[in-house]
Design a protein around this ligand. Structure first.
Ligand code: DCP
Ligand code: MG
Length: 380
């Protein structure tokens, strides 16, 4: 392909950024699950993978304390032990990781109906239609991080940007437990400061090629004339040049799949004010009304009702109750929420910072099928 052909790709579309993408990746996934299960493993160099007795096999992942010694995923255990002789090794509980991964993806799916699972601990959410701007997206990400921690006691890193690749790159810069937002006008500045290896797909070999041409950072590449980049690094080099110069190189295509809504929820936060029980009830009631009417609109009925309470110290608790069969009634939700709230046995309502009500286990209403309540009313 000639350069002239390549340059036809400098289209108007490449200058437009009309999406807000959130990318989430769990921190040291397998290792942090092991630490959660056995807190004695916290704060030490830890390897998951291989056989701890024979010291054979490869590192699946390792704690950040082990990374300091140069240990990383895919490295032979024998080499890792040479780098850090006192490293602790665990075999790995893969069934548990897969269950945790499933739960995390379930939590994520509540934040946008447009989602792409990219691996066992990573996924993209298109939140363009969920938030109105990047500031709201940032708040959504904080909530998502809290939610993930409350449900699985794991931390993650999140990147928010107008494209998938930028969101992924952004998630890496502040790992672990990071949150980085890159708005469209900030792309060039953000990219220029990064090492060229921050770009997914640029590994050791490509790095050497770039380095031989004095390109170590994305900024170095961005400064080169594109003709020269094409000549020296070919079409992938040119694509990378466009990326670091703030062009949108992502095709608008399949990349995301819309999934069926798995739950409907509403939350109310009591910002900087003391909440009383009547006040809290007004908010819970309005949340219930909203979710039930949304379910009706979507012709869905539900079986599980969850009440979430977050306290001023950010401790979050959730309690759920599943009905015997699918329902549509507001009254039913109110009764369940009331009894769930009683179970919490909260003495002082002023400690409550947030209340959330969720209905899940959703099913499309079959017009021929009556709910249990309707059935009994009919036969009364
Ligand atoms: N994994 C693996 N073998 C590899 C890479 C990864 O078994 N070569 C597994 C173990 C990881 C999980 O996949 O815990 C997720 O991979 P990541 O690349 O996201 O790595 P981590 O989550 O462990 O660490 P990070 O904090 O860098 O995301
Ligand atoms: Mg990870």
């Amino acid at each position: 392909m000639t350069l002239a052909n390549q340059m036809t790709y400098f289209s108007e579309k490449e200058q437009t950024f009309d999406k807000i993408i959130l990318y989430m990746d769990l921190d040291a996934f397998f290792a942090n699950v092991e630490i959660r299960e056995n807190p004695k493993l916290a704060g030490i160099p830890l390897i998951v993978g291989g056989n701890p007795q024979t010291k054979r096999g490869v590192v699946s992942t390792c704690s950040y304390e082990a990374r300091v010694y140069g240990i990383h995923s895919g490295m032979p255990i024998s080499q890792a032990v040479k780098l850090c002789p006192h490293v602790t090794m665990v075999r790995g509980t893969y069934k548990l990781y897969s269950k945790v991964s499933e739960n995390i993806m379930q939590v994520l799916s509540n934040y946008s109906p447009v989602m792409k699972i990219a691996g066992n601990d990573e996924a993209y959410l298109d939140v363009t239609n969920v938030v109105s701007d990047y500031e709201e997206a940032r708040k959504l990400a904080i909530e998502l991080k809290d939610d993930i921690f409350a449900s699985e006691h794991l931390t993650c890193s999140i990147g928010i940007a107008p494209t998938k690749i930028l969101a992924k790159i952004a998630s890496e810069v502040d790992k672990p437990n990071g949150l980085t937002v890159v708005r469209p006008l900030e792309i060039s500045d953000f990219m220029h400061s990064l090492k060229i290896t921050a770009i997914p797909g640029i590994g050791k070999k490509s790095y050497i090629v770039f380095k031989n041409h004095s390109v170590e950072t994305c900024g170095d590449l961005a400064k080169l004339p594109y003709q020269l980049v094409f000549q020296k690094f070919g079409k992938y080099g040119l694509k990378t040049w466009k990326l670091v110069n703030g062009y949108n190189i992502e095709k608008t295509d399949e990349k995301f799949t819309s999934h069926e809504r798995k739950s409907i929820s509403e939350e109310r936060t009591f910002f900087n004010r003391y909440s009383s029980w009547p006040d809290i009830w007004v908010h819970i009631d309005s949340a219930i009304k909203t979710i039930v009417s949304k379910a009706k609109e979507k012709k869905m009925h539900f079986r599980t009702i969850t009440l979430k309470i977050r306290f001023k110290d950010f401790e979050t608790a959730t309690r759920a109750h599943s009905l015997l069969c699918h329902e549509t009634s507001e009254k039913q939700v109110r009764e369940v929420v009331k009894s769930l709230l009683e179970e919490y046995n909260i003495k002082d309502p002023t400690h409550i910072r947030l209340v959330g009500v969720k209905i899940s286990n959703l099913k499309k209403i079959d017009v021929n099928q009556r709910t249990l309540a309707q059935f009994f009313n009919k036969s009364d």
